[in-house]
Design a protein around this ligand. Structure first.
Ligand SMILES: Cc1cc2nc3c(=O)[nH]c(=O)nc-3n(C[C@H](O)[C@H](O)[C@H](O)COP(=O)(O)OP(=O)(O)OC[C@H]3O[C@@H](n4cnc5c(N)ncnc54)[C@H](O)[C@@H]3O)c2cc1C
Length: 412
């Protein structure tokens, strides 16, 4: 079967591996000019996503992905800091196998050797009973039996299928970047980052996210691996109206100036991450949610995966993981109907994929919501001040008591 995939993002390239292995004739259209030509920082792939990758990508690719990731043990807890840089709360994270990996190298490793047509933008499609005609920005057409929209939060394919864009704004946006750590860099890495992630909420209601990304020793020797770092990932998020203008419309210099302005009343250590940033990594990220029901109403020959159908804010770190799970679920559904399915069998396979997705994707979107709500609420000092002055100490005491009970139970 001829399968066209719009978008060589994390979900699209994972699906391409699985379908090529099943013997399908796969074409991937990607608007970026090259695999490395993308933005993004460290992504989180939990155990379920690793299981999905094991089922979909060749073992050599998986080995390169693992070697590209940060070593295990760097995700032991979430620390809540105040704007002076003091740790106010430590929340242990459940131990499980997970990968922490840069979005850019992950995409590059996964795309290696795949039939991707880089620099080719999909503008729309027309579905016929026996095929799908895919419209490309250069005026040419592709003809496939199945079209998969893996083209992210502004998916053209989703627009065609749903009749509207797949995502809607949450009114929250973040400015982020990475500060490379080289000998002599004027960046002090807070102790909390050696054990996991750190979050802080402070003046102006801005929420800061910090993480340290350090490649595993010897990673560069693994064939195909593309370790990057070390660097500190930082982001400053808030409601759009709490910035001086919409960060989506700002240049890199304006984003850096806006981040410094947002952190003006914070400890200088926070602003040092901004000052030390690699300008090429600085970007704004609007937080979005699905505009439609998940899973999508698939047609007979067109379906969607990843952010094209369930865009979610990065607050739960589930976006890439859910896209990878979609790719595995769709590949499983197609494996059941072989390489030359009838139109009815193909439609049934897509419906079966939709049912599989319904078991996990809406839950992943929901998981991102509480942190998003808090980000919106903490923009107001009426909530932020009591939450940090009273709520954090109370939460700390509750966690310490729970820890004492657990230790007591395990030593009894
Ligand atoms: C630039 C960028 C940076 C990100 N950074 C982070 C991050 O730091 N942390 C985090 O947790 N999440 C980040 N995300 C989100 C995370 O990568 C996604 O949630 C996750 O990868 C979902 O995978 P996906 O395959 O559905 O979509 P994506 O990985 O977003 O892939 C979609 C792909 O489709 C391509 N595309 C879009 N429109 C077209 C078109 N018309 N024709 C052809 N190709 C098209 C895009 O260029 C992209 O390569 C980022 C996403 C992007 C796009």
């Amino acid at each position: 079967m001829r399968v066209g995939i719009a978008g060589a993002g994390i979900g699209g390239v994972t699906l391409a591996h699985a379908l090529a292995a099943q013997g399908h004739d796969v074409t991937v259209w990607e608007r970026d000019a090259a695999a490395e030509d993308t933005a993004g920082y460290r992504l989180h792939l939990p155990q379920v996503a690793l299981d999905a990758l094991v089922r979909t990508v060749p073992s050599a690719t998986l080995a390169a992905v693992r070697a590209t990731a940060a070593p295990p043990g760097t995700f032991a807890r979430l620390s809540v800091l105040d704007h002076h840089g003091r740790t106010r709360l430590r929340i242990p994270l459940p131990p499980e196998e997970r990968l922490l990996i840069g979005r850019r190298p992950l995409r590059a490793v996964l795309a290696d050797g795949l039939p991707v047509r880089w620099g080719t933008r999909v503008t729309g499609y027309a579905e016929h009973p026996d095929r799908v005609e895919v419209h490309l920005a250069d005026g040419s057409r592709g003809h496939v039996d199945l079209l998969v929209g893996a083209d992210g939060t502004r998916s053209r394919v989703a627009h065609g299928l749903l009749g509207r864009p797949p995502s809607r704004s949450t009114g929250v946006v973040a400015i982020g970047g990475t500060a490379p750590l080289y000998p002599g860099a004027r960046v002090r890495v807070p102790d909390a980052l050696h054990h996991g992630l750190a979050l802080a909420v402070g003046p102006g209601g801005h929420g800061v996210f910090l993480a340290l990304h350090r490649p595993a020793p010897g990673a560069a020797d693994v064939p195909g691996a593309r370790p990057e770092g070390p660097y500190v990932v930082w982001s400053v998020g808030n409601r759009v109206d709490r910035f001086t203008a919409d960060p989506a419309d700002m240049t890199t210099d304006e984003l850096l100036a806006e981040a410094r302005h947002a952190l003006a009343a914070w400890d200088r250590g926070y602003r040092r991450f901004v000052d030390a940033s690699d300008p090429g990594t600085v970007a704004s990220f609007p937080f979005v949610l699905p505009s439609s029901s998940v899973p999508p109403p698939t047609s007979g020959r067109v379906t969607l995966l990843g952010d094209a159908i369930h865009p979610m804010p990065p607050t739960a770190g589930e976006g890439a993981a859910t896209a990878v799970r979609d790719a595995a679920a769709l590949a499983d559904a197609l494996a059941a109907v072989g390489t030359a399915p009838s139109a009815a069998a193909l439609a049934a396979a897509l419906a079966s994929y939709g049912r599989a997705m319904a078991a996990y994707a809406p839950a992943a979107v929901r998981e991102a919501l509480p942190a998003l709500r808090w980000q919106r609420r903490l923009a107001s000092p009426w909530l932020r001040v009591p939450a940090t002055a009273v709520g954090l100490p109370l939460a700390g005491a509750a966690l310490a008591a729970a820890d004492r009970v657990r230790r007591g139970a395990s030593s009894a």
